[in-house]
Each structure stands twice: as structure tokens, then as C-alpha cells.
Design a protein around this ligand. Structure first.
Ligand code: NDP
Length: 341
């Protein structure tokens, strides 16, 4: 029995692979090149439980067929994490929307073709971006939960990169639920989606913590490096630690109560001031080096729309890592990695 992890070299996926191997699962990871596969296997000391298959572009037609042709009946669990998460494009459809949506449809079509009766559980990494209505973000008394959908339209998803990313997560996740509805009599698998908020926490491998990091870790990385002249007052968001996100993916396929659910994985809220206080209190060497967070107006500290994830918390049954620990562990790993360069 194997677990297929798509996008296995990603920030979240590396933690997933680590946790799965620790629980003695056989893992098949998709990677974009042979070199990335070799590097991944080396990171896990060539653990014989880990194999890789190259899927260069999830947007390609039948992108995952080869994975199933090679491993067919072995694959019982699919964790689909691969999807572009960056804002470095102006071709929103090609670089964000299409790969997210095609990638999701493509893995489900391959399951239908090769694993309709063998794949038991599918977990798709969606996002709070598919849930949250950003237009209501500033409403302190607005509460939404795992049933909500971000109202962005296709047209609205093609005007800037953040909205394109929000659209990519919404339309990809919807495509998964629609697929299941249309193929309920054909496929055996149960679906769960995981909707994390902005993810902090250490990289799975300390050596990867220097230089440019994945989009969410860059929030802390750039805060550490912006310098005292910069003003980063306006930051505010919901967050969760990557170690909890990985745990949630495992519970998503191991627990019966997670079947058919959207799991909102969220630890709490933060703003620039919180980051500044936590970093200056825990890392005396950063005194006088952190960006300004004092700009009145932009640096509103009052609460904003709340993601009520009480249903998910009951299913997951563990306490989330808090902001201070998550930020400190992230920052310490970055600072240590830089010291050792
Ligand atoms: P990463 O960028 O670290 O990982 C993304 C993975 O997907 C990488 O392995 C990447 O490969 C792969 N990938 C992206 N585009 C393609 C493509 N066209 N073809 C093949 N592979 C592709 O991001 P995260 O780990 O942060 O994100 C993983 C998932 O979690 C995404 O679905 C993201 O939307 C979701 N998510 C992330 C959050 C966060 O704050 N980090 C919050 C909520 C959801 P390569 O690196 O080789 O390009």
C-alpha cells in the first residue's frame, strides 16, 4: 500500500513525506525533474520506502497517467499538494489558474482510469484562499466557517496575481467536489480537502532555510531582512504552522470523520506588530534591525473577520502551535542557516 504525494519537493509536502515515512508508509512522490527526485531521495537518506516519478507539469493533459501506469494498484491514498503558489506572473491563467485546475482534474481523471476501485482516500490541499471573502476581511464581527466559498469570479481572477491565486484555489477545489459528484458511482475514493491559512514554521530540512524561500515563509524571511528603514506596518493575516498542516493531512485520510469534509486549518491571527514584538523579544541580535511597524492607520491591531474552524478542531483533536513558537522556530532556522553559509 502506497501514498502518492504530488509536488513532493514543496514546503508542505516535504513535511508530509517526512511524517509519512516516520509512520512507515510507502511513499511515491511526484517531482518536476530527475535531479529534483534524486535530491529528494538523498534528503531522506535514500529511504527504500520512498520512490519518485517525474511529472514535469501538472497542467499537461494526462499529467499523472504515467504515475499510475508505474504503480497502479499500490496507490491507495493520494495527497495532492502540487499547485503554483506565487505572485510572480502577469499571465494569470497560464501560470496560476490553469495549472491548479488542470492539475486537480488530471489527478482525479487518472484515479478514475487506473485506480477507480483501488484508491480509497484522496486529500487535496486547498486553502483558506478558497474559503475567505477578502472583501469582508476588515469586518471585525464577520465570522465564516468551512462551508464558505470565496466569491471571486473567473473575470475577477484575471486582474492581479493575488486574486488569480484565490481563484486558482477556489476553482480547483470546486472541480474536485464536482468530479466526485459526477463520478460517485464510478470511483471508490472518499474526498477530503484541507484549507490552511498562511503557513509559517520551519523548512523540513534546515539546510534549505537560507536564501529565497516559498511564498508563505518569505513573509517572515523578508520581515527579518527588510531593514529598519522599511515600513511593514500593514501585514495581517490568519496563520498556521506547517507541522500542524502536515498532521492534518495525515488525519484527513486516516480518520473516518474527515471523509467528505473541508478542513479549515488555522491557528489564529497575526499582524506586523506581533511579528515585531515576538522577534525583538526572542532574538536580541535583531534589536534595531527590524522594519518599522508603527504607522498608524495601516497598522490596525483590532481584530478582523474570524475563521471559525471549530468543526475541524473536533475532527483533528490536537492543539495548534501558537504564533510565538511558529515565528521563533521559523526565524531561528533562517538565522542559523545564514550563519552557517
Ligand atoms: P511550494 O511552492 O513550496 O510547493 C508547491 C509544489 O507544487 C512544488 O513541489 C512545485 O514544484 C509544485 N508545482 C507547482 N506548480 C507545478 C506545475 N505546474 N507542475 C508540477 N508541479 C508544480 O508551496 P507550498 O508547499 O506552500 O504549497 C503547497 C500547496 O499548499 C499548494 O496547493 C498551495 O496552494 C497550498 N497552500 C499553501 C499555503 C501556504 O501558506 N504555504 C496556505 C494554503 C494552501 P517546483 O517547486 O519544482 O516548481
Amino acid at each position: 500500500m502506497s501514498v502518492l504525494v504530488t509536488g513532493a519537493t514543496g514546503f508542505i509536502a516535504l513535511h508530509l513525506v517526512k511524517d509519512l515515512l516516520n509512520e512507515n508508509y510507502k511513499v511515491i512522490g511526484t517531482v518536476r525533474s530527475i535531479e529534483k527526485g534524486d535530491n529528494l531521495k538523498a534528503q531522506f537518506d535514500n529511504n527504500p520506502l520512498l520512490t519518485t516519478v517525474v511529472v514535469k507539469d501538472i497542467a499537461a493533459v494526462s499529467a499523472f497517467d504515467e504515475v499510475f501506469e508505474q504503480h497502479k494498484e499500490q496507490i491507495k491514498i493520494v495527497l495532492h499538494t502540487a499547485s503554483p503558489f506565487h505572485f510572480k506572473t502577469t499571465d494569470y491563467e497560464k501560470d496560476l489558474l490553469i495549472p491548479a485546475i488542470h492539475g486537480t482534474k488530471s489527478i482525479l481523471e487518472s484515479i478514475k482510469k487506473y485506480g477507480a476501485q483501488t484508491v480509497e482516500r484522496v486529500v487535496i490541499t486547498s486553502s483558506i484562499a478558497a474559503v475567505k471573502d477578502t472583501a469582508r476581511f476588515a469586518e471585525a464581527d464577520f465570522v465564516y466557517n468551512e462551508d464558505a466559498w470565496n466569491p471571486v469570479t473567473w473575470e475577477g481572477s484575471t486582474v492581479n496575481a493575488p486574486d488569480a491565486y484565490r481563484g486558482s484555489k477556489k476553482f480547483a477545489e470546486k472541480a474536485a467536489w464536482d468530479f466526485l459528484e459526477e463520478n460517485r458511482d464510478v470511483v471508490k475514493f472518499q474526498l477530503t480537502t484541507v484549507c490552511p491559512s498562511l503557513i509559517f514554521g520551519p523548512q523540513a530540512f534546515a539546510a534549505s532555510a537560507a536564501g529565497q524561500l516559498n511564498t508563505s515563509s518569505e513573509v517572515i524571511n523578508s520581515f527579518l531582512h527588510a531593514g529598519p528603514e522599511a515600513d511593514l506596518s500593514g501585514l495581517k493575516n490568519d496563520f498556521v504552522d506547517v507541522r500542524d498542516v502536515s498532521k492534518a493531512h495525515l488525519i484527513a485520510f486516516q480518520s473516518k470523520s474527515a471523509t467528505g469534509q473541508r478542513l479549515g486549518v488555522n491557528s489564529g491571527q497575526f499582524n506586523s506588530k506581533d511579528l515585531s514584538e515576538i522577534l525583538s523579544q526572542n532574538f536580541p541580535q535583531l534589536k534595531g534591525k527590524l522594519p518599522k511597524t508603527t504607522d498608524e492607520g495601516a497598522n490596525k491591531t483590532e481584530p478582523y473577520a474570524k475563521f471559525d474552524t471549530s468543526k475541524t478542531k473536533k475532527i483533528l483533536g490536537f492543539e495548534f502551535i501558537n504564533l510565538e513558537k511558529s515565528v521563533c522556530d521559523t526565524a531561528k532556522q533562517i538565522l542559523d542557516a545564514e550563519k552557517s553559509l
